[in-house]
Ligand binder design. Structure first.
Ligand code: PMP
Length: 305
């Protein structure tokens, strides 16, 4: 897979800088302590955000979600939301990036080798502004292949993905399974066997011209891209139902697609070797995609760098 990050640095002809706790470091020197509980225990929260043409898409919504995730794990972020936004914008400006994938992280910070978070006096804030590339060019036109994985989405009483925490092993195991079996992406079932979401994407199907997406009770993240697509679908007059989705409903859907900040909107053409609809992106997906492209480019939907 191409190295999107290297391409950005080649274009800029310089090394990107990364924000860590108030300072900017060249990427090659941007490091955290091996005693940081983000590394030792996955104890922290994060966001993935995109900037399009000099505007950070849905920045306030992402920052709000970061603080909600932090609240859920009792992590006190040492910056106000406004300070966080300013730090992020400043990092983008330093890197002269107008189009970017941004990773915002807050870890529990440096502690000792016990897992007690009280030993970590100061959470760490990290802001990476770079690029991301999940699939080869043309994936959006053709759709991607997926498989239902043996890895169940974490239950809502555990490391639920409703919290955007640094615990992503569940998603990584599903992704490894997809990789080793030659599929582009994996889908995760929740504990009862309903389809929850992708490894880092929400899922929609289209049946008889109507949209269906699983509820947050499956342990899926409340996606910001999904919310954009829901609002768009309603505006365009499509009926939208939030309900449990069985594998059968997915296999027999007319169309299916993923939504996510990194993946944007991505048509699914196959699930466990069952062709979805015609095997090509369907008319509803295509229509939504055209409108989605306009929304992400609209400066009214974000914060200017
Ligand atoms: N589910 C999971 C588990 C994710 O990590 C993501 C990516 N943040 C999503 C869904 C999609 O959410 P969003 O549209 O807010 O990026």
């Amino acid at each position: 897979m191409e190295n999107a990050s290297k391409r950005v640095e080649d274009q800029l002809d310089k090394e990107l800088v990364v924000y860590i706790d108030g300072n900017h470091y060249p990427k090659s020197q941007a490091k955290v302590s091996v005693y940081d509980h983000g590394l030792l225990y996955g104890d922290g929260v994060f966001e993935g955000i995109r900037a399009y043409n000099g505007v950070v898409f849905k920045l306030k919504e992402h920052v709000d979600r970061l603080y909600r995730s932090a609240h859920a794990i009792m992590l006190n972020i040492p910056l106000s939301k406004e300070e966080m936004i300013q730090a992020l914008l400043e990092t983008l400006r330093k890197n002269k990036l107008k189009d970017s994938y941004i990773r915002l992280l807050v870890t529990r910070g440096i502690g000792d080798l016990g897992l007690d978070p009280r030993k970590c006096p100061k959470p760490s804030v990290i802001i990476i502004t770079d690029a991301i590339s999940l699939h080869a060019d043309g994936a959006e036109e053709n759709g991607i292949t997926t498989m239902l994985s043996w890895v169940r989405r974490n239950p809502v009483d555990s490391t639920t993905h409703e919290i955007k925490s640094l615990n992503y092993l569940n998603s990584i195991l599903a992704k490894i399974e997809a990789n080793t079996n030659g599929y582009d992406e994996a889908l995760c079932l929740e504990s009862n066997g309903y389809v929850a979401e992708g490894v880092g994407e929400n899922l929609f199907i289209v049946k008889n011209g109507e949209l269906i997406t699983p509820p947050p009770s499956t342990g899926a993240l409340a996606g910001i891209t999904a919310e954009v697509v829901v609002n768009l679908a309603v505006k365009l007059g499509y009926k939208l139902t939030v309900t449990n989705l069985t594998p059968f409903m997915l296999f027999t859907a007319d169309e299916a697609f993923f939504t996510g900040t990194a993946m944007e909107m991505m048509p699914i053409r196959e699930v466990n070797k069952r062709r979805i609809g015609s095997g090509k992106p369907g008319p509803v997906t295509k229509k939504l995609l055209v409108e989605f492209r306009k929304i992400i480019q609209d400066p009214a939907n974000g914060v200017k760098i």
